[in-house]
Design a binder for this molecule. Structure first.
Ligand code: PDD
Length: 284
């Protein structure tokens, strides 16, 4: 079956779908996006993703191209046409197609591209055994809360991880504090059993999975503290894990070649992953 893409109201074979070379997303990364998981024919946390999309648009003063109801209808259609039961849907909205000039164009018609593809969750073995993380200097801009397509530092960091045989790279700022991963949020459990993750701010993307896991941790009465943590704390942690739409809750067993705790998957991580998987098997 060939894939289908949605481009500004038109459904096209994916391989024929095109945007203009004057698209500001292409020229300036003047664009925002969302990645939403589809599991068992259901979108996971779609409303939270669309809330964050609205926020990204607002922060960049970009108009929404359609109402949420209409957007959801297009999403459903893209998923239907691609026959995706398990995978992801990708939405990208750019400011406009206009001759290249830095300020916003007078007439800015938000461009919408949507694709969907089948994909499996990350291999269960990774979740069983945990993954490795390396660290990279935080070189991103000061508005990481906006989910923009300006991802070059993230791309470079992920490439470094790939070349090191690691799953992810965590950014560390000049004060030695971990901000987040190149496409995931970062969590640790300290020696006293406190679950620690950075609070939402302009230094990180407020992950939808992060938000869901915060709710689960509260429900489980875990001692959750939302505060920045340092690389030193991460290395001394009892457990570490990362969260994202595609990785769910993924145990981290090594940071920069040092074992986290005993080097195995910790009990908090195991429990939160299990709760997350259960929650998404029964509600979307
Ligand atoms: N990445 N931090 C960054 C920088 C991210 O790009 C992402 C998501 C996350 C986790 O957010 P969420 O839980 O909402 O997926 C944190 C997506 C998956 C991507 O760029 O492909």
């Amino acid at each position: 079956m060939s894939r289908v893409a949605h481009v500004n109201g038109t459904y096209l074979p994916h391989r024929h779908a095109r945007v203009s070379i004057d698209d500001r997303g292409y020229q300036f990364a003047d664009a925002v996006y969302e990645v939403i998981a589809i599991r068992g024919d259901r979108l996971i946390d779609a409303e939270r993703h669309l809330d964050r999309l609205d926020r990204s648009l607002r922060e960049l003063r970009m108009a929404s191209p359609m109402s949420r109801v209409a957007l959801r209808a297009v999403m459903d259609e893209v998923i239907r046409r691609n026959m995706v039961s398990d995978g992801i849907i990708y939405l990208q909205l750019s400011r406009a197609v206009a001759p290249r000039d830095h300020p916003f164009p007078a007439k800015a018609r938000t461009q919408l591209v949507m694709t969907a593809r089948r994909s499996r969750p990350e291999p269960e073995a990774w979740a069983r055994e945990g993954v490795r993380v390396i660290t990279q200097p935080e070189i991103r801009w000061a508005r990481c809360d906006i989910k923009s397509t300006a991802l070059l530092p993230n791309v470079l960091a992920k490439q470094m991880a790939r070349e090191s045989g690691a799953f992810e790279a965590w950014f560390v700022d000049r004060d030695g504090m971990v901000t987040e991963g190149s496409s995931t949020n970062a969590w640790i459990v300290d020696e006293s059993g406190q679950l620690i993750t950075r609070p939402p701010s302009d230094a990180i993307l407020n992950g939808v999975t992060r938000q869901a896991v915060v709710d689960l941790a509260r429900g489980e009465q875990l001692r959750l503290v939302e505060r920045p943590f340092s690389l030193d704390e991460a290395r001394a942690a009892r457990e570490a894990f990362l969260t994202s739409t595609t990785a769910n809750v993924m145990p981290v067993t090594m940071i920069d070649g040092h074992k986290v705790g005993q080097g195995g998957v910790g009990e908090f991580t195991r429990k939160l992953r299990q709760r997350y998987v259960e929650a998404n098997a029964v509600s979307a």
